[in-house]
Ligand binder design. Structure first.
Ligand code: HEC
Ligand code: HEC
Ligand code: HEC
Ligand code: HEC
Ligand code: HEC
Length: 193
């Protein structure tokens, strides 16, 4: 095996290419960090957060301290059910890693709580109804892993009226059975069950 010498000019070309690439990385890091570095889009809950450093600590990744800046002791007391508040206040005191149970960068419609109740509707339910959380239609106060109690509110009533008679109680959990491919319009009449 013999190696040919690099053609003249090649070294210069490699240097220029490297400089251009680095410049692009630096430019992209400051202008479009999400596109360049983030593993996926933020959830709808956090989509408005402009700064990666609101959640990420340099060289350490996402840390509880960052999350707690927004979700502090008082926030849980004011916004959450007593059991959820108490549990999280304890997590804060014990500096538990929030990312043990919460994810991010799985896309705008993803659930960010691990172990939360499974969603039998697919993300279609949010897209089709303009809602953005399970609690828009369900009372989850009995706990995340329990049965879904349907609320009697305007959102649910409106949904039940929309199906041209097909939206009937007991028949609704699997939206995609009728809304094939996640389409809002249903082409042919579907029989129940
Ligand atoms: C700059 C402020 C800010 C930071 C930092 C922040 N959040 Fe949030 N978070 C919000 C807002 C605003 C919402 C939506 C309103 C609400 O539920 O309070 C939200 C919602 C949530 C929800 C509720 C999701 C649901 O299903 O209802 C969870 C869980 C959550 N954040 C976890 C975290 C974790 C974990 C971190 C750190 C990695 C974090 N947040 C960092 C502002 C923030
Ligand atoms: C052991 C798992 C676990 C850990 C650790 C954890 N969470 Fe949660 N978190 C949950 C669960 C489960 C829920 C959903 C509770 C519900 O809706 O019943 C939740 C809900 C939330 C909510 C929404 C509160 C509400 O009332 O809707 C926020 C905000 C949140 N977590 C932030 C955090 C932050 C910040 C940390 C770190 C300090 C953290 N969580 C640590 C499991 C956890
Ligand atoms: C709302 C808080 C939040 C914001 C804002 C956020 N991240 Fe994250 N990021 C997380 C969490 C939480 C994880 C852990 C992922 C998981 O366990 O699902 C993560 C994981 C990552 C990872 C994978 C490596 C690691 O540290 O785990 C990268 C890379 C990343 N984020 C980049 C970014 C960039 C770039 C931005 C800004 C455009 C950004 N993130 C904004 C919360 C956030
Ligand atoms: C726009 C309203 C709406 C939203 C948002 C919604 N659901 Fe539902 N959910 C329904 C309706 C309607 C039913 C069916 C009730 C029936 O068939 O009688 C249902 C049924 C269920 C069931 C019972 C399934 C079964 O087989 O009996 C579970 C579990 C459930 N939903 C969980 C969730 C979860 C988790 C989320 C959030 C990720 C969610 N839902 C969001 C409207 C909604
Ligand atoms: C048994 C079949 C069936 C099931 C299950 C079903 N739908 Fe429908 N849905 C229909 C029919 C039929 C229509 C009306 C036909 C049309 O508008 O094309 C409709 C209409 C709708 C509309 C109005 C669409 C528009 O363009 O105005 C929405 C929104 C909707 N459904 C959401 C849902 C959601 C969310 C679920 C699950 C929680 C669901 N549907 C479950 C059959 C069903």
């Amino acid at each position: 095996m013999r190696f040919l010498p690099l053609p003249s000019g090649a070294v210069r070309f490699i240097i220029i290419a490297t400089v251009v690439l680095l410049a692009w990385l630096v430019w992209g890091t400051f202008n479009h960090p999400e596109a360049l570095w983030a593993p996926g889009n933020l959830s709808r809950f956090h989509a408005d957060i402009a700064d990666c450093s609101d959640c990420h600590q340099p060289f350490r990744g996402p840390t509880a301290n960052k999350c707690i800046a927004c979700h502090d002791y008082k926030h849980f007391a004011a916004h959450s059910r007593p059991a959820v508040a108490k549990f999280h206040q304890q997590s804060i005191t014990e500096s538990k890693a929030c990312s043990d149970c919460h994810t991010e960068h799985r896309g705008a419609l993803a659930q960010i709580t691990v172990g939360a109740m499974v969603n039998p509707h697919g993300e279609f339910v949010f897209r089709a109804t303009g809602t953005n959380s399970c609690s828009a239609c369900h009372d989850l106060s009995a706990g995340v892993a329990s049965q879904a109690n349907l609320l009697d509110n305007a959102t649910v009533r409106h949904l039940m009226e929309e199906g041209d008679g097909a939206h009937r109680p007991g028949n609704m959990a699997n939206c995609l059975r009728c809304h094939t491919g996640g389409r809002k319009d249903v082409e042919e009449e579907e029989d129940d069950d």
